[in-house]
Design a protein around this ligand. Structure first.
Ligand SMILES: [Zn+2]
Length: 297
């Protein structure tokens, strides 16, 4: 009898422990980090994509399907950033709770303003930003918006802990605003500074702090440069008095290195997500590190 009671006890609390902690799957590290800061011990968060990989081209691992299968909430960046790798995982996991349109599916791009949305329906061949620039995470002002959307969704799925999530969000917001002041202060001297970037991945950041994007090494997002295009960028850098070439951690660096050497301008490799470089191990330090690299450059 005693052992049966114990069994019931274990089952009951085992059950509580399971359903009490929301299982959250985030596509990228930055999303996972924010979800963890809002949900704390009430959530178990896994982030799928490695931060030092091209976010457009993630190679899915079989373990992703297992994680998706037991998820209560799937949070995606959206704006077609995951289009090349996520749909097949969602399909194979066959978890009704996290299908698009369900409460267990949160698309963050629906909560922010996307830039570079094409006005014409005809998409140029191969452009990986057909719905606009999906790298909105790079605008630090979008982070509190994302955190609020996550807070609301966690509260909806787990209303008993709504006050807890809201309190954590408030705390996060206050810390973020403090950091914003520091970043703004440090980047003040960079207003109007012209840069060239490899992929259109830092646009939100550059716009936010008043840099001028003179051009990109990719002729179109996702399309590698031709010799002719590199020659055009070379002329542009010279003509426009570009001060920095900015490059992500995952694209080939040969064109940027060539231009940097030839024209004697600084090439900076910047993180684009949590885990892109070892110093950028959370959502705060991604921006700390970008600012540090820019101001040291
Ligand atoms: Zn992109």
């Amino acid at each position: 009898m005693k052992s049966i009671k114990l069994l019931f006890f274990m089952l009951f609390f085992g059950q509580l422990g399971f359903s009490g902690q929301l299982q959250v799957v985030a596509t990228y590290g930055y999303i996972g980090d924010i979800a963890q800061r809002i949900g704390k011990d009430k959530v178990e968060v896994v982030s799928l994509a490695r931060g030092d990989y091209n976010p457009h081209i993630i190679i899915p691992k079989p373990s992703y399907i297992a994680k998706m299968r037991k998820a209560d909430l799937l949070i995606i960046n959206g704006g077609q950033l995951e289009i090349g790798w996520l749909p097949q995982i969602i399909k194979q996991a066959n978890n009704g709770a996290v299908q698009p349109g369900e409460r267990g599916f949160l698309d963050l791009s629906m909560h922010v303003h996307l830039i570079d949305v094409p006005t014409s329906v005809s998409r140029e061949l191969g452009d990986v930003h057909p719905e606009g620039n999906p790298h909105f995470f790079m605008d630090p002002d979008n982070i509190p918006i994302v955190a609020k959307a996550i807070t609301e969704r966690l509260s909806e799925l787990d209303p008993d802990n709504q006050a807890f999530y809201e309190e954590n969000n408030k705390e996060f917001y206050a810390l973020w605003q403090q950091k914003m002041k520091t970043w703004e202060e440090k980047l003040k001297p960079f207003k109007g500074v012209k840069v060239v970037e490899y992929h259109k991945i830092f646009d939100y950041f550059l716009d936010r702090f008043g840099f001028v994007i003179a051009g990109t090494i990719e002729p179109l997002p996702g399309i590698p440069p031709t010799t002719k295009h590199i020659a055009d960028v070379e002329k542009l850098i010279d003509r426009e008095k570009v001060q920095f070439i900015l490059q992500d951690v995952y694209n080939p660096q040969d064109a940027a290195l060539y231009l940097s050497k030839k024209l004697n301008i600084k090439l900076l490799i910047l993180p684009h997500d949590v885990g892109a470089v070892k110093e950028a191990d959370n959502v705060f330090s991604v921006f700390d590190e970008i600012v540090r690299r820019l101001t040291n450059g």
